[in-house]
Design a protein. Sequence first.
Length: 465
Amino acid sequence: MVAARRLTRRALLAGGTAAASLALLSACGATATATPGTRGSATLTTAPGTPATSPSANTATPASGPVTIEAWIYGNTGSDVNAESQQTAAIIEAFNQANRGRIAVRVNPIANPDTEYQAKLLSAAAAHQLPDLLQLDGPFVASYAYSQILAPLDAYFTPDDLRDFVPSIIEQGTWQGHLWSLGAFSSSMGVMVNKKLVAAAGLTIPTSVGAAWDWPTFAAAARQLTKNGVSGLDLHMDYGVSDWFTYLMSTFIWSNGGDLLSPDRSQADGAVNGPAAVEVMTEFQRLFKEGVVSATPDPVAFEKGQVAFQIIGAWVIEGFKDFPDLDWTIMPLPYFKQRVSPSGSYAWGIGAQGQQRDAAAELLRWLVATDTGIVPIVQTNKLPPARTSAYPKLPFYASLPYSLYAEQLQTTARARPITPAYPVLTAKFAQAVNDIALGAPVKESLDAVARAVDDDIKRHNGYRP
Protein backbone atom coordinates (compact mmCIF):
# COMPACT_ATOMS: atom_id res chain seq x y z
CA MET A 1 0.00 0.00 0.00
CA VAL A 2 1.29 3.44 -0.91
CA ALA A 3 -0.07 5.01 2.25
CA ALA A 4 1.81 2.46 4.32
CA ARG A 5 4.96 3.13 2.32
CA ARG A 6 4.69 6.84 2.98
CA LEU A 7 4.27 6.37 6.70
CA THR A 8 7.01 3.81 7.13
CA ARG A 9 9.48 5.86 5.08
CA ARG A 10 8.78 8.55 7.66
CA ALA A 11 11.32 6.62 9.73
CA LEU A 12 13.88 8.23 7.45
CA LEU A 13 13.08 11.35 9.45
CA ALA A 14 12.73 9.63 12.83
CA GLY A 15 9.75 10.58 14.90
CA GLY A 16 8.82 11.70 18.36
CA THR A 17 9.41 8.37 20.11
CA ALA A 18 13.02 8.28 18.99
CA ALA A 19 13.47 11.88 20.08
CA ALA A 20 12.07 11.14 23.52
CA SER A 21 14.29 8.08 23.91
CA LEU A 22 17.41 9.96 22.96
CA ALA A 23 16.51 12.83 25.24
CA LEU A 24 16.38 10.33 28.07
CA LEU A 25 19.69 8.85 26.94
CA SER A 26 21.34 12.27 26.95
CA ALA A 27 19.92 13.00 30.37
CA CYS A 28 21.18 9.75 31.84
CA GLY A 29 24.55 9.54 30.14
CA ALA A 30 26.49 6.25 30.02
CA THR A 31 26.88 5.61 33.71
CA ALA A 32 25.54 2.09 34.13
CA THR A 33 27.95 -0.70 35.03
CA ALA A 34 27.78 -3.86 32.95
CA THR A 35 27.06 -7.23 34.50
CA PRO A 36 30.37 -9.00 35.22
CA GLY A 37 31.39 -11.32 32.43
CA THR A 38 29.23 -9.68 29.74
CA ARG A 39 30.66 -8.38 26.50
CA GLY A 40 32.19 -4.93 26.85
CA SER A 41 32.15 -5.03 30.65
CA ALA A 42 34.82 -2.37 31.03
CA THR A 43 33.23 0.82 32.36
CA LEU A 44 33.63 3.94 30.22
CA THR A 45 35.71 6.57 31.94
CA THR A 46 35.92 9.27 29.27
CA ALA A 47 33.82 12.40 29.73
CA PRO A 48 30.80 12.78 27.46
CA GLY A 49 31.83 13.93 24.01
CA THR A 50 35.52 13.07 24.33
CA PRO A 51 37.15 10.49 22.05
CA ALA A 52 37.12 6.94 23.40
CA THR A 53 40.25 4.81 23.68
CA SER A 54 42.45 5.06 20.63
CA PRO A 55 41.30 2.64 17.92
CA SER A 56 44.91 1.81 17.12
CA ALA A 57 44.86 -0.52 20.11
CA ASN A 58 42.29 -2.75 18.38
CA THR A 59 43.05 -5.43 15.86
CA ALA A 60 41.08 -7.03 13.08
CA THR A 61 43.49 -9.92 12.47
CA PRO A 62 44.16 -11.91 15.68
CA ALA A 63 46.24 -15.10 15.51
CA SER A 64 43.35 -17.25 16.73
CA GLY A 65 40.96 -17.02 13.79
CA PRO A 66 38.55 -14.45 12.42
CA VAL A 67 37.20 -11.56 14.43
CA THR A 68 33.45 -11.64 14.97
CA ILE A 69 31.62 -8.35 15.19
CA GLU A 70 27.95 -7.43 15.51
CA ALA A 71 26.13 -4.89 13.35
CA TRP A 72 22.70 -3.51 14.18
CA ILE A 73 20.65 -2.45 11.18
CA TYR A 74 17.14 -1.09 10.79
CA GLY A 75 14.73 -3.92 10.13
CA ASN A 76 11.27 -4.51 8.78
CA THR A 77 8.65 -1.78 9.27
CA GLY A 78 7.04 -1.93 5.83
CA SER A 79 7.69 -2.80 2.21
CA ASP A 80 10.23 -0.08 1.41
CA VAL A 81 12.24 -0.32 4.63
CA ASN A 82 12.21 -4.09 4.39
CA ALA A 83 13.76 -3.96 0.91
CA GLU A 84 16.39 -1.54 2.17
CA SER A 85 17.12 -3.75 5.18
CA GLN A 86 17.46 -6.82 2.99
CA GLN A 87 19.85 -4.99 0.67
CA THR A 88 21.90 -3.79 3.63
CA ALA A 89 22.17 -7.37 4.88
CA ALA A 90 23.24 -8.47 1.39
CA ILE A 91 25.94 -5.79 1.27
CA ILE A 92 27.25 -7.00 4.63
CA GLU A 93 27.18 -10.62 3.46
CA ALA A 94 29.32 -9.59 0.48
CA PHE A 95 31.75 -8.07 2.98
CA ASN A 96 31.80 -11.37 4.90
CA GLN A 97 32.61 -13.27 1.72
CA ALA A 98 35.39 -10.85 0.80
CA ASN A 99 36.88 -11.12 4.29
CA ARG A 100 36.39 -14.83 4.95
CA GLY A 101 38.86 -16.00 7.58
CA ARG A 102 39.51 -12.45 8.84
CA ILE A 103 36.23 -10.83 9.88
CA ALA A 104 32.77 -12.31 10.38
CA VAL A 105 29.85 -9.92 10.81
CA ARG A 106 26.74 -11.00 12.68
CA VAL A 107 23.80 -8.89 11.50
CA ASN A 108 21.01 -8.04 13.92
CA PRO A 109 18.05 -6.39 12.12
CA ILE A 110 16.04 -4.42 14.69
CA ALA A 111 12.41 -3.77 13.81
CA ASN A 112 10.65 -0.41 14.03
CA PRO A 113 13.52 2.11 13.92
CA ASP A 114 11.53 4.88 15.56
CA THR A 115 10.37 2.72 18.52
CA GLU A 116 11.88 -0.69 19.21
CA TYR A 117 15.35 0.19 17.92
CA GLN A 118 15.74 3.08 20.33
CA ALA A 119 14.52 1.03 23.28
CA LYS A 120 17.01 -1.74 22.51
CA LEU A 121 19.79 0.80 22.11
CA LEU A 122 19.03 2.30 25.52
CA SER A 123 19.10 -1.13 27.13
CA ALA A 124 22.33 -2.10 25.40
CA ALA A 125 24.05 1.13 26.39
CA ALA A 126 23.07 0.71 30.03
CA ALA A 127 24.33 -2.89 30.04
CA HIS A 128 27.51 -2.00 28.10
CA GLN A 129 26.47 -4.37 25.32
CA LEU A 130 26.39 -2.00 22.38
CA PRO A 131 27.05 -3.46 18.93
CA ASP A 132 30.35 -2.89 17.17
CA LEU A 133 28.64 -1.04 14.33
CA LEU A 134 25.21 0.54 14.44
CA GLN A 135 22.86 2.24 12.05
CA LEU A 136 21.49 5.51 13.36
CA ASP A 137 19.48 8.52 12.30
CA GLY A 138 21.84 11.28 11.27
CA PRO A 139 20.35 14.31 13.08
CA PHE A 140 20.78 12.53 16.41
CA VAL A 141 24.52 11.86 16.03
CA ALA A 142 25.60 14.54 18.50
CA SER A 143 23.26 13.09 21.12
CA TYR A 144 24.77 9.64 20.61
CA ALA A 145 28.29 11.03 20.76
CA TYR A 146 27.63 13.06 23.90
CA SER A 147 26.12 9.99 25.55
CA GLN A 148 29.21 7.88 24.80
CA ILE A 149 27.40 5.60 22.39
CA LEU A 150 29.80 6.28 19.51
CA ALA A 151 33.54 6.23 18.98
CA PRO A 152 35.05 8.90 16.71
CA LEU A 153 35.94 7.97 13.15
CA ASP A 154 38.84 10.39 12.65
CA ALA A 155 41.48 7.65 12.62
CA TYR A 156 39.72 5.74 9.85
CA PHE A 157 39.01 8.39 7.22
CA THR A 158 41.59 10.81 5.84
CA PRO A 159 40.71 14.23 4.42
CA ASP A 160 41.19 12.72 0.97
CA ASP A 161 38.70 9.96 1.83
CA LEU A 162 36.12 12.50 2.92
CA ARG A 163 36.51 14.85 -0.03
CA ASP A 164 34.24 12.67 -2.17
CA PHE A 165 31.31 12.95 0.26
CA VAL A 166 28.73 15.70 -0.15
CA PRO A 167 29.47 18.41 2.46
CA SER A 168 26.18 18.03 4.33
CA ILE A 169 26.84 14.37 5.14
CA ILE A 170 30.12 15.38 6.80
CA GLU A 171 28.34 18.24 8.58
CA GLN A 172 25.68 15.83 9.84
CA GLY A 173 28.26 13.48 11.34
CA THR A 174 30.61 16.03 12.91
CA TRP A 175 30.42 17.30 16.50
CA GLN A 176 33.03 18.97 18.71
CA GLY A 177 35.63 18.72 15.95
CA HIS A 178 35.33 14.94 15.55
CA LEU A 179 33.64 12.82 12.91
CA TRP A 180 31.21 10.34 14.50
CA SER A 181 29.18 8.97 11.59
CA LEU A 182 28.99 8.60 7.83
CA GLY A 183 26.09 7.63 5.63
CA ALA A 184 25.79 5.98 2.24
CA PHE A 185 22.89 8.19 1.19
CA SER A 186 21.15 11.38 2.19
CA SER A 187 17.87 13.09 1.32
CA SER A 188 16.36 16.24 -0.09
CA MET A 189 12.98 17.80 -0.78
CA GLY A 190 11.47 19.09 -3.97
CA VAL A 191 8.12 20.42 -5.13
CA MET A 192 6.22 17.74 -7.03
CA VAL A 193 3.90 19.27 -9.59
CA ASN A 194 0.65 18.03 -11.13
CA LYS A 195 1.36 18.87 -14.76
CA LYS A 196 -2.26 18.95 -15.90
CA LEU A 197 -3.38 21.38 -13.21
CA VAL A 198 -0.40 23.67 -13.71
CA ALA A 199 -0.74 23.68 -17.50
CA ALA A 200 -4.44 24.51 -17.25
CA ALA A 201 -3.51 27.54 -15.14
CA GLY A 202 -0.97 28.70 -17.73
CA LEU A 203 1.99 28.40 -15.38
CA THR A 204 5.52 27.55 -16.49
CA ILE A 205 7.57 25.96 -13.75
CA PRO A 206 11.35 26.11 -13.18
CA THR A 207 13.44 22.94 -13.45
CA SER A 208 16.79 24.01 -11.97
CA VAL A 209 17.90 25.43 -8.63
CA GLY A 210 19.08 28.65 -10.21
CA ALA A 211 15.62 29.30 -11.65
CA ALA A 212 13.67 28.46 -8.46
CA TRP A 213 10.66 30.60 -7.64
CA ASP A 214 10.84 32.95 -4.70
CA TRP A 215 8.29 32.45 -1.94
CA PRO A 216 5.77 35.10 -3.05
CA THR A 217 5.65 33.62 -6.56
CA PHE A 218 5.20 30.10 -5.25
CA ALA A 219 2.56 31.05 -2.67
CA ALA A 220 0.61 32.99 -5.30
CA ALA A 221 0.63 29.97 -7.62
CA ALA A 222 -0.55 27.67 -4.82
CA ARG A 223 -3.41 30.06 -4.05
CA GLN A 224 -4.33 30.33 -7.72
CA LEU A 225 -4.55 26.54 -8.01
CA THR A 226 -6.74 26.13 -4.90
CA LYS A 227 -10.19 25.74 -6.40
CA ASN A 228 -12.81 23.23 -7.51
CA GLY A 229 -11.93 20.76 -4.75
CA VAL A 230 -8.20 20.97 -5.41
CA SER A 231 -5.70 22.11 -2.75
CA GLY A 232 -2.77 24.17 -3.90
CA LEU A 233 -0.17 22.55 -1.65
CA ASP A 234 0.35 19.42 0.45
CA LEU A 235 2.94 19.50 3.26
CA HIS A 236 2.19 15.96 4.45
CA MET A 237 0.83 16.80 7.82
CA ASP A 238 -0.38 13.18 7.75
CA TYR A 239 3.16 12.18 8.78
CA GLY A 240 2.22 13.38 12.26
CA VAL A 241 4.21 15.23 14.90
CA SER A 242 7.68 14.01 13.99
CA ASP A 243 11.08 15.10 12.77
CA TRP A 244 9.47 15.55 9.34
CA PHE A 245 8.03 18.84 10.56
CA THR A 246 11.50 19.99 11.66
CA TYR A 247 13.09 18.83 8.42
CA LEU A 248 10.44 20.68 6.43
CA MET A 249 10.11 23.97 8.27
CA SER A 250 13.73 24.50 9.29
CA THR A 251 14.55 24.67 5.58
CA PHE A 252 12.37 27.72 5.03
CA ILE A 253 13.55 29.37 8.24
CA TRP A 254 17.13 29.00 6.99
CA SER A 255 16.01 30.37 3.64
CA ASN A 256 14.68 33.44 5.43
CA GLY A 257 18.03 34.04 7.14
CA GLY A 258 17.06 32.42 10.43
CA ASP A 259 17.89 29.25 12.34
CA LEU A 260 16.57 27.05 15.12
CA LEU A 261 19.56 27.69 17.39
CA SER A 262 22.14 30.42 17.86
CA PRO A 263 25.28 30.13 15.70
CA ASP A 264 27.26 28.61 18.58
CA ARG A 265 24.36 26.21 19.32
CA SER A 266 24.25 27.43 22.93
CA GLN A 267 20.62 28.62 22.97
CA ALA A 268 17.34 28.60 21.11
CA ASP A 269 15.90 31.89 22.37
CA GLY A 270 16.27 34.56 19.71
CA ALA A 271 16.62 31.95 16.96
CA VAL A 272 13.71 29.48 16.88
CA ASN A 273 11.45 32.31 18.08
CA GLY A 274 13.31 35.08 16.24
CA PRO A 275 11.88 37.36 13.54
CA ALA A 276 12.89 35.11 10.62
CA ALA A 277 11.24 32.04 12.14
CA VAL A 278 8.12 33.94 13.17
CA GLU A 279 7.74 35.36 9.66
CA VAL A 280 8.04 31.95 8.02
CA MET A 281 5.63 30.22 10.38
CA THR A 282 3.15 33.07 10.01
CA GLU A 283 3.30 32.69 6.23
CA PHE A 284 2.62 28.96 6.47
CA GLN A 285 -0.16 29.44 9.00
CA ARG A 286 -1.83 31.81 6.54
CA LEU A 287 -1.88 29.03 3.92
CA PHE A 288 -3.61 26.70 6.36
CA LYS A 289 -6.18 29.35 7.30
CA GLU A 290 -6.91 30.05 3.63
CA GLY A 291 -7.41 26.36 2.85
CA VAL A 292 -4.44 26.22 0.50
CA VAL A 293 -2.87 23.52 2.71
CA SER A 294 -4.80 20.92 4.68
CA ALA A 295 -3.85 20.05 8.26
CA THR A 296 -5.50 16.64 7.81
CA PRO A 297 -4.70 15.58 4.24
CA ASP A 298 -5.31 12.32 2.45
CA PRO A 299 -1.81 10.73 2.33
CA VAL A 300 -2.18 10.16 -1.43
CA ALA A 301 -4.08 13.31 -2.35
CA PHE A 302 -1.39 14.30 -4.85
CA GLU A 303 -1.48 10.93 -6.56
CA LYS A 304 -5.27 11.21 -6.86
CA GLY A 305 -5.03 14.61 -8.58
CA GLN A 306 -6.46 16.47 -5.60
CA VAL A 307 -3.34 18.59 -4.96
CA ALA A 308 -1.38 20.80 -7.36
CA PHE A 309 1.95 20.88 -5.47
CA GLN A 310 3.44 18.70 -2.77
CA ILE A 311 6.73 19.27 -0.99
CA ILE A 312 8.31 15.89 -0.32
CA GLY A 313 11.38 13.73 -0.90
CA ALA A 314 12.33 11.03 -3.39
CA TRP A 315 11.16 8.24 -1.09
CA VAL A 316 7.56 8.51 -2.38
CA ILE A 317 8.35 8.22 -6.09
CA GLU A 318 8.34 4.43 -6.29
CA GLY A 319 4.74 4.44 -5.06
CA PHE A 320 3.56 6.46 -8.04
CA LYS A 321 3.47 3.30 -10.11
CA ASP A 322 0.20 2.51 -8.36
CA PHE A 323 -1.36 5.64 -9.93
CA PRO A 324 -0.93 5.28 -13.71
CA ASP A 325 -3.06 8.36 -14.44
CA LEU A 326 -0.78 10.67 -12.49
CA ASP A 327 1.10 13.07 -14.78
CA TRP A 328 3.70 14.89 -12.74
CA THR A 329 7.08 16.57 -12.73
CA ILE A 330 9.26 18.31 -10.16
CA MET A 331 10.62 21.76 -9.48
CA PRO A 332 13.15 23.11 -6.93
CA LEU A 333 12.18 24.37 -3.52
CA PRO A 334 10.99 27.99 -3.39
CA TYR A 335 12.99 30.36 -1.26
CA PHE A 336 12.54 33.44 0.93
CA LYS A 337 15.94 35.20 0.84
CA GLN A 338 18.38 32.47 -0.16
CA ARG A 339 18.21 29.05 -1.81
CA VAL A 340 18.50 26.31 0.81
CA SER A 341 17.55 22.65 0.91
CA PRO A 342 17.51 20.06 3.70
CA SER A 343 19.54 16.88 3.93
CA GLY A 344 20.27 13.95 6.17
CA SER A 345 19.30 10.35 6.64
CA TYR A 346 20.42 7.08 8.16
CA ALA A 347 24.13 6.79 8.85
CA TRP A 348 26.65 4.42 10.42
CA GLY A 349 28.66 4.73 13.61
CA ILE A 350 31.10 2.59 15.57
CA GLY A 351 30.06 1.58 19.08
CA ALA A 352 32.23 3.15 21.76
CA GLN A 353 32.19 0.02 23.93
CA GLY A 354 33.38 -2.44 21.30
CA GLN A 355 36.77 -4.15 21.43
CA GLN A 356 37.12 -4.61 17.66
CA ARG A 357 36.82 -1.10 16.32
CA ASP A 358 39.31 -1.64 13.51
CA ALA A 359 37.18 -4.47 12.16
CA ALA A 360 34.02 -2.39 12.56
CA ALA A 361 35.74 0.43 10.68
CA GLU A 362 36.54 -1.90 7.80
CA LEU A 363 32.87 -2.78 7.54
CA LEU A 364 31.87 0.87 7.75
CA ARG A 365 34.27 1.75 4.93
CA TRP A 366 32.71 -1.03 2.84
CA LEU A 367 29.20 0.27 3.51
CA VAL A 368 30.05 3.83 2.43
CA ALA A 369 32.32 2.93 -0.49
CA THR A 370 30.86 3.84 -3.86
CA ASP A 371 30.88 0.41 -5.49
CA THR A 372 30.42 -1.96 -2.56
CA GLY A 373 27.94 0.02 -0.47
CA ILE A 374 26.43 3.13 -2.00
CA VAL A 375 25.48 2.01 -5.50
CA PRO A 376 23.65 -1.15 -4.38
CA ILE A 377 21.72 0.54 -1.55
CA VAL A 378 20.71 3.55 -3.68
CA GLN A 379 19.56 1.24 -6.45
CA THR A 380 17.14 -0.09 -3.83
CA ASN A 381 15.95 3.02 -1.97
CA LYS A 382 16.55 5.63 -4.73
CA LEU A 383 17.74 8.22 -2.19
CA PRO A 384 20.52 10.67 -3.13
CA PRO A 385 24.00 9.12 -2.83
CA ALA A 386 26.33 10.58 -0.23
CA ARG A 387 29.37 10.48 -2.53
CA THR A 388 29.75 12.41 -5.75
CA SER A 389 31.56 9.50 -7.43
CA ALA A 390 28.39 7.41 -7.17
CA TYR A 391 26.21 9.61 -9.38
CA PRO A 392 27.70 8.56 -12.76
CA LYS A 393 27.07 4.94 -11.77
CA LEU A 394 23.37 5.54 -11.08
CA PRO A 395 21.92 6.59 -14.47
CA PHE A 396 18.47 7.49 -13.11
CA TYR A 397 20.10 10.38 -11.22
CA ALA A 398 21.05 12.01 -14.54
CA SER A 399 17.52 13.22 -15.31
CA LEU A 400 14.42 14.57 -13.60
CA PRO A 401 13.07 14.00 -11.06
CA TYR A 402 16.13 12.56 -9.35
CA SER A 403 18.59 15.01 -10.87
CA LEU A 404 16.84 17.86 -9.06
CA TYR A 405 17.38 16.20 -5.68
CA ALA A 406 21.01 15.61 -6.63
CA GLU A 407 21.53 19.23 -7.67
CA GLN A 408 20.09 20.55 -4.42
CA LEU A 409 22.08 18.11 -2.28
CA GLN A 410 25.33 19.14 -3.93
CA THR A 411 24.71 22.90 -4.04
CA THR A 412 22.26 24.15 -1.39
CA ALA A 413 21.98 21.43 1.27
CA ARG A 414 22.32 21.97 5.01
CA ALA A 415 22.24 19.52 7.89
CA ARG A 416 19.81 19.97 10.74
CA PRO A 417 21.35 21.60 13.85
CA ILE A 418 24.25 19.55 15.21
CA THR A 419 23.64 19.47 18.94
CA PRO A 420 23.02 16.91 21.69
CA ALA A 421 19.88 18.93 22.41
CA TYR A 422 18.41 17.95 19.04
CA PRO A 423 16.03 15.30 20.45
CA VAL A 424 14.36 17.93 22.62
CA LEU A 425 14.55 20.59 19.90
CA THR A 426 12.85 18.50 17.23
CA ALA A 427 10.19 17.14 19.58
CA LYS A 428 9.19 20.59 20.81
CA PHE A 429 9.52 22.34 17.46
CA ALA A 430 7.50 19.68 15.64
CA GLN A 431 4.73 20.04 18.18
CA ALA A 432 4.78 23.81 17.68
CA VAL A 433 4.53 23.37 13.90
CA ASN A 434 1.48 21.17 14.39
CA ASP A 435 -0.11 23.63 16.81
CA ILE A 436 0.55 26.58 14.51
CA ALA A 437 -1.03 24.72 11.58
CA LEU A 438 -4.12 24.31 13.73
CA GLY A 439 -4.25 28.02 14.54
CA ALA A 440 -2.16 28.49 17.70
CA PRO A 441 -0.42 31.86 18.15
CA VAL A 442 2.87 31.75 16.26
CA LYS A 443 5.19 33.74 18.55
CA GLU A 444 3.87 32.18 21.74
CA SER A 445 4.25 28.67 20.30
CA LEU A 446 7.85 29.31 19.27
CA ASP A 447 8.62 30.98 22.62
CA ALA A 448 7.59 27.74 24.32
CA VAL A 449 10.03 25.82 22.12
CA ALA A 450 12.84 28.21 23.03
CA ARG A 451 12.15 27.86 26.75
CA ALA A 452 12.08 24.06 26.64
CA VAL A 453 15.27 23.76 24.59
CA ASP A 454 17.19 26.30 26.64
CA ASP A 455 16.10 24.58 29.85
CA ASP A 456 17.46 21.32 28.46
CA ILE A 457 20.76 22.91 27.48
CA LYS A 458 21.12 24.50 30.91
CA ARG A 459 20.35 21.21 32.67
CA HIS A 460 23.22 19.64 30.76
CA ASN A 461 25.65 22.46 31.50
CA GLY A 462 25.61 23.60 27.88
CA TYR A 463 26.39 20.04 26.69
CA ARG A 464 30.04 20.83 27.12
CA PRO A 465 32.30 17.80 26.71
